[in-house]
Design a protein around this ligand. Structure first.
Ligand SMILES: Cc1cc2nc3c(=O)[nH]c(=O)nc-3n(C[C@H](O)[C@H](O)[C@H](O)COP(=O)(O)O)c2cc1C
Length: 379
């Protein structure tokens, strides 16, 4: 296996996955304009290269949350990660830890949070969806703390379940019902089917204890029943008081909200529109990043995701004001296309692309790139 670029992975992932699984991974909300807008905005942003700089020795390492990471990106939380490929979550967590970058485990993941903390000590972050019952939230937060996680990402851009048309048309349900259409998909994708059956059909292992019926419902029904649409600033204040380690709010898209999150004592923001999976009409994240940076000041940690498909995109995000980047679908396309071993290769590819792009732009490290901010948009 040798991955040339992320765009080569998507068609191969599409061939290897049953349609309802690929659509769950690839799809977005509504007309999916938001998904395309994210990627296009990254493509359209330009970098102004400096010439005649000695760039032979380059360093991508970056400081965030009191420590240094080998590269300025980590892995975004993906619910149902083991549905994309059996045992994907463990493999990605292991590859991230080996590369010295963070891996974020989703509340809706299929691997126990305690297990991921063992596999990737010091490199595992936990993403929290708050449920309706306070005692369940308190319990999961306590487990996350006991397992040794230092960083909690609270996702706030899912106040309700989005209408993802591909999932609706596929009648996407987990565990899937064997309808004739699903049976045909399973038979025509034997590798995925055999490996999935032998690994055990993915379950919501971190939350099913709070809602025992959860694994019999569709993901949409699960989200609708569990998500607390009325979670507000007061609740965030309470969470801040309960969790004393790093608290990052994921899914913030405006300058006003960002300042409020900062002033509430949170430790950072992920500027994210959930990869276009929630509000189809949300702006591209890279387009709102500059105003958010201007509002929160130079030193407040800003992470960005949504639409990142290359190391070059990572460099553009940093040059446009981000401190760190999360990679969502790109990692899952790699694992779907080539199996869990591709996690390491994808990380190496992104590092190689980012390092070459940094050098080609005329910079040797992240700090000097960020202070020069050599980005430009077409006039
Ligand atoms: C299949 C899939 C599942 C996701 N599940 C979660 C989740 O459980 N929690 C969460 O905060 N974000 C989730 N996200 C959003 C990602 O964390 C991230 O914000 C998004 O993928 C970034 O966009 P990109 O895929 O274009 O890189 C999911 C995204 C995808 C594609």
């Amino acid at each position: 296996m040798s991955i040339a670029c992320v765009s080569d992975l998507r068609p191969r992932a599409k061939r290897r996955l049953p349609k309802f699984v690929f659509d769950y991974l690839d799809g977005g909300a509504g007309s999916e304009t938001g998904v395309r807008r994210n990627e296009r905005a990254f493509d359209e942003l330009m970098l102004k290269p400096r010439a005649l700089v000695n760039i032979e020795s380059r360093d991508l390492s970056t400081s965030l949350f009191g420590r240094r990471w080998a590269a300025p990106f980590g892995i975004a939380p993906i619910g149902l990660g083991n549905l994309i490929w059996p045992r994907a979550e463990e493999a990605i967590a292991r590859a991230a830890a080996a590369a010295d970058i963070p891996y974020t485990l989703s509340t809706a993941a299929n691997t126990r949070l305690e297990r991921i903390a063992e596999i990737a000590p010091g490199h595992a972050w936990f993403q929290l969806y708050v449920s309706k019952r306070d005692e369940d939230v308190a319990d999961i937060v306590e487990r996350v703390e006991r397992a040794g996680y230092d960083v909690l990402l609270l996702t706030v851009d899912v106040p309700l379940a989005a209408r993802r048309l591909r999932d609706i048309r596929n009648n996407f349900i987990v565990p899937f019902k064997i309808t004739p259409r699903v049976a045909l998909e399973l038979l025509t994708h034997p590798r995925w089917s055999i490996e999935t059956v032998s690994a055990g059909v993915p379950r919501f292992v971190n939350v099913e204890q709070y809602a025992p019926m959860v694994n019999r419902q569709s993901i949409a029904a699960y989200l609708t029943s569990e998500i607390r649409g009325r979670f507000d600033w007061e609740d965030l204040k309470k969470l801040r008081a309960r969790w004393r380690r790093r608290l990052v709010v994921k899914g913030v898209m405006t300058a006003e909200d960002s300042v409020r999150v900062r002033d509430l004592g949170c430790d950072g923001i992920v500027v994210s529109n959930h990869g276009g999976r929630q509000l189809d009409s949300a702006p591209a994240t890279i387009d709102v990043l500059p105003e958010i940076r201007a509002a929160v000041g130079r030193d407040f940690p800003l992470i960005i995701d949504s639409g990142v498909r290359s190391g070059e995109h990572i460099v553009k995000a940093l040059a446009a004001g981000a401190d760190f980047v999360l990679v969502g679908r790109a990692m899952m396309y790699a694992v779907a296309a080539h199996g869990p071993a591709a996690a390491q290769e994808l990380i190496e590819l992104l590092i190689d692309e980012a390092s070459r792009c940094l050098g080609q732009t005329g910079y040797c490290d992240v700090a000097s790139l960020k202070s020069a901010a050599p980005v430009m948009r077409r006039p």
